[in-house]
Design a protein around this ligand. Structure first.
Ligand code: HEM
Length: 200
């Protein structure tokens, strides 16, 4: 299970931007984008395997995340999950989101829309933003052995930055949906007494 991520994990960004390199609003340089796209071609070959490893690791290191999943919360033996059809399907859904993110690296507005909607759906899944950062760290640990000596500190920095960007937008989406739901609840509870008074 051990996998040490260099730097400070995914909680704070530690940019290693070279002089003259420009960053996109996502904090990625053109070189980061190139590195992510190149590595994705290799990661893609093992997409289902990476999805499973990533989630089994997530549940091992942060068991509180498992409780969010209706399908997995009662599974005690995490080894069983390695062959679970449901976890494979879920892992593939998440990996296909990562694939879409990689494909939208040159169209950040489209990536932003996608991540915002994903954050909103996570409000409905009851999956709070405090857990999102763990996923990028487990993704990195799952793909590093696949890329072997192609893995470099700069590639790690690139993937960390992408995950930080996506999860920060997901968090915005989550909070937006939370605000909407709260204001809808308040409006409907304010409306209720009025309705009663007209009925009387
Ligand atoms: C980088 C972070 C994450 C990404 C990119 C991600 C992505 C996804 C995607 C693509 C789906 C499929 C459904 C949809 O598109 O709405 C999904 C579903 C879900 N996610 Fe996440 N997720 C992340 C983090 C988390 C975390 C940390 C948790 C729990 C602690 C979580 C809980 C769930 C649940 C409960 C579902 C619905 C169940 C299901 O589809 O089987 N997610 N997620």
């Amino acid at each position: 299970m051990g996998c040490a991520i260099s730097g400070s994990g995914l909680t704070a960004r530690a940019p290693e931007i070279r002089a003259g390199e420009e960053e996109t609003p996502a904090g990625l340089t053109a070189n980061h984008i190139r590195l992510i796209k190149e590595s994705w071609r290799l990661i893609q070959e093992d997409i289902a395997k990476v999805g499973i490893i990533m989630f089994v690791r997530l549940f091992e290191t942060h068991p509180e995340c498992k409780d969010v999943f209706f399908l997995f919360r009662d599974v005690e033996d995490l080894e069983r999950l390695r062959t679970s059809r449901e976890l494979r399907a879920h892992g593939l859904r998440v990996m296909s989101f990562i694939e879409k993110s990689v494909a939208r690296l040159d169209q950040l507005e489209r990536l932003e829309t996608l991540a915002l909607e994903l954050g909103k759906s996570h409000y409905r899944y009851n999956a709070p933003p405090k857990y999102y950062g763990y996923v990028g760290a487990e993704f990195i640990c799952a793909v590093r052995p696949i890329l072997k000596d192609r893995w470099t500190p700069e590639l790690e920095e690139a993937w960390k930055t992408l995950f930080q960007y996506v999860t920060s937008i997901m968090r915005e989406g989550f909070l937006e949906e939370e605000r909407n739901k709260r204001s809808n609840t308040q409006t409907s509870s304010r409306e209720r007494p009025d309705k009663r008074s007209t009925a009387i």
